[in-house]
Design a protein around this ligand. Structure first.
Ligand SMILES: Cc1cc2nc3c(=O)[nH]c(=O)nc-3n(C[C@H](O)[C@H](O)[C@H](O)COP(=O)(O)O)c2cc1C
Length: 362
């Protein structure tokens, strides 16, 4: 381990510089988070779609399962226009009605105006005094970050460009998660047009490392095995945050149809879409995504309205095992996904990293 990586692991109290990335929507269950933390990595609970009460319960459940450090993640933005997003376009309601009918659901109701859940969620996470807090989609106010830090919580913000990294440093974060364009699910972009902030980690990580000085940078996006981990180290990252790799593990809380679709799809089957949530996110192309992108891209409601609109369909599809109507969020590394228990994956990753380092130095 190089001194920067060792210092990061020591500060967090973890044995390996491997973070299971937070995965909202049910992926990162308390069981997954605890399994990764117990195996010496850092598990991360995603709470963006949970109420404050559910957040408190999920954190308590992680604590029942592990004594080790873990992270909790929230969205720190994206709701600026919530409550004032106008009606859902009729073309989108008509499209959704067809998908509801296929699943045996009544026609969709236009969702009520969405409110901003973030302030109450932040208070719930603060009250739980968690070891690590991470966020994406923006930046909490520096005064709020100072409250986390005053409690001893280690704070990590997500950047997709160097400019975003600089803003996070100015706000007082302890570390930056560099989310490359390879990454699964929503883009964390908050200070650039989404299309222009599609920077891969080979370009993004060293640029951020150079820009933010001593602050630790964590590489995230498309990393699936020991080769990716060692490559991230070479780029100057102190750790990796892996989502898709852990999403197919036994403890991840997504339907089996999702895990099966992921392990079947090659790297050229993911695309960025706003179809499910109104916000650009990378997932495996399926029938719903394809239809919306081809026929109704102009009728997609903004986040979080589109997300609320498609939720009943996604929930019913999950129950029915219908992968064509689920948001199959996944990164570009999905061909390398391996189904196993999360603790086993951490062990495999540690061994592979050692082998890769040996091979490079021989
Ligand atoms: C299903 C899924 C859900 C995600 N949800 C969140 C989230 O709630 N908060 C967050 O910061 N990142 C979220 N991410 C992004 C991850 O933190 C990370 O950037 C990404 O998984 C890295 O790319 P990879 O999937 O190729 O490893 C999610 C990723 C996936 C695959």
């Amino acid at each position: 381990m190089n001194p920067k990586i060792r210092a990061f692991c020591q500060r967090l109290g973890i044995a390996h510089p491997i973070i299971q990335a937070p995965m909202g929507g049910g992926g990162s269950t308390p069981a997954l988070v605890a399994a990764v933390s117990n195996a010496g990595g850092l598990g991360s609970l995603a709470c963006a779609y949970l109420t404050p009460q559910q957040t408190a319960e999920a954190i308590a459940e992680v604590r029942r399962r592990t004594q080790k450090p873990f992270g909790v993640n929230l969205f720190a933005g994206g709701y600026e226009k919530a409550g004032d997003q106008g009606p859902v376009p009729p073309a989108m309601l008509a499209l959704m009605a067809r998908h509801h009918s296929a699943l045996g659901l009544p026609p969709p109701e236009p969702p009520p105006p969405q409110s901003d859940p973030v302030p109450a969620q932040m208070e719930a996470v603060l009250a739980a005094r968690v070891p690590v807090f991470s966020f994406t989609f923006g930046m909490p106010a520096p005064a709020l970050l100072a409250r986390f830090k005053a409690d001893g919580t280690y704070v990590m913000g997500t950047a997709t460009t160097v400019e975003e990294g600089r803003r996070l440093v100015a706000a007082g974060v302890d570390a930056i998660v560099a989310q490359g364009s390879e990454a699964g699910a929503h883009r964390g972009t908050f200070a650039a047009p989404f299309e222009r902030a599609m920077v891969g980690i080979v370009a993004l990580v060293p640029a951020l490392v150079d820009a933010v000085g001593e602050l630790p940078v964590i590489a995230s996006g498309g990393i699936m095995d020991g080769r990716g981990i060692v490559a991230a180290e070479a780029l100057g990252a102190v750790a990796v945050a892996m989502g898709t790799a852990f999403l197919v593990s036994d403890e991840a809380g997504v339907p089996d149809a999702y895990k099966a679709a992921l392990t079947k799809a090659p790297e050229d089957r993911t695309a960025l879409t706003r179809a499910f949530s109104g916000r650009p996110a990378r997932g495996v192309v399926n029938a719903f995504m394809d239809e919306v992108e081809r026929t109704a891209a102009d009728a997609i409601a903004p986040f979080p309205l589109q997300n609320a609109l498609t939720r009943p369909m996604r929930n019913a599809a999950a129950k029915a095992g219908d992968a064509e109507r689920l948001s199959l969020w996944a990164g570009q590394g999905l061909r390398l996904a391996r189904r196993m228990k999360a603790a086993e994956l951490v062990r495999v990753l540690v061994n592979e990293s050692e082998e890769t380092r040996r091979a490079l130095s021989s």
